[in-house]
Ligand binder design. Sequence first.
Ligand code: HMG
Length: 463
Amino acid sequence: NVDMPVVGIDDLAIYVPKLYIDYKDFAQARGIDPQKLEYGIGIRKMAIADTNQDPACMAANACLKLMQKAHIHPQDVGRLYVATESALDESKALNSFVIGMLEQVYGEGSFEHAGGIECKFACVSGSYALHDNANWIRAEENSGKAAIVIVSDIAKYDLGSAGEYTQGAGAVALLIKEEPRLMAFDPKVASTVIKNEYDFYRPFGKETPLVNGGYSNLLYLIQVRKAFDAYKEKALKTGLVKLNEGEAITDHIDFFSVHLPYRRMGEKALAYLLRHEWRHLPRWKHVTKEIGMNEPQPKDPRGTIESILADTDFMKADEQFRRAFMQTSFYNETYEKKMASSLEASAQIGNLYTASMYMGLRSLLEFEFKKGTDLEGKRIGFGSYGSGSSAMVFSGIMQPTYKEIVKGLDLENDIGDRVKLSIDEYERLHRKEIDFNSAVTKAHKEFVLVKLGGSTADKAGFR
Ligand code: HMG
């Protein structure tokens, strides 16, 4: 439909807590080889929320930054959604807390005309929120107004667990508009898969998740690959992409931004997708020649994830093949060109659950721009994953006006001065042994919790 409005991400802003733990301190405290954290996981600094910050404060801080930098006022906003898996209430939505805070700046009732909800599906819900709002604009239900989608989370795992080195915290606010300055979504190709799974979940009242780590890794790869297959089918059917002899659809995606529970997972996701897309192409014989072995096959290629994981001979051989593939010139060239920039922020911040992939997008834009890459007209392919489990794959095209947004991006500056925590301080914060009045950092023109209990509306203040 040629009349369908062009919709996408117009601008974005981030908020990252000022506290962090350093991977070397953490490795020493837990008796882990620091190289495992730096290369095997891909973390150098893990962001930790101070006692006076929660997912609502972080979301409001990112949103305020976005509105100020994009010169957006409450009357320009028709919907304000928050996607999170760190909800504060079983009923009251996180976006209502955010609106309460924003109204301290913009005036009471300034968002009354707008709407919005809190969305939940582990880390993928922000992508659903983005597309539901894009479609709200495409359907012209928006009366000329924009939508704001905020993704905000604190990733917290048990002390001493394998998940502990995949923690992090932060928020990203995204402005969704017609004729966006940054990136327009490719229409009619967003694709999803969904299945009832228990790879990672957090029962009511439990602050940290129950995790089946190895299973979650494999499920993430399989679900994203399945959503990618559905995306490919739509992209070919709608004529978005035309494949010439010997081409893969990945050749038509200039950059990848995928869910990043940790940096290395992004690298593995790219390897998995490339293997899937390339194994039937003429180039594969050159790849396997460089590796020096053929790709192993599971005993039952149509088996369940459990049966594949139980096929230990295959798993061992496949790990060996995957690692060798990730050493090939074929993989490395694609990785450096299409993914590496999106992973920089992850190593500095850690997992942000819903916000991870969008922080990855922010990272890609900044570091490609700093390299001097011309992004105009380039396609970014997104692989969003949420445990439990669902994946969404979609893509977008960088707009001619993108430089207006990207030229000022500076991650370090945006995060601001950070305070390194000792492991003892971190553990006390983790155990909630520090009163919120004794926050490590002082508020600097941001929303923070100013009191506990009482009416939820006045718990936070701009300080
Ligand atoms: P682990 O047991 O620490 O991992 O758990 P590992 O032993 O497999 O090691 C990881 C890598 O470090 C391996 O490399 C090792 O070889 C390497 P790779 O296989 O990638 O090539 N390594 C070393 N490298 C250098 N020097 C060394 C060394 N030793 C080992 N000395 C795991 C890792 C991610 C499972 C764990 O941290 C965990 O359970 N995390 C939480 C769950 C998670 O993040 N799952 C990811 C997929 S699910 C998802 O993304 C959704 C999620 O975000 C939630 C949501 O949707 O809401 C989690």
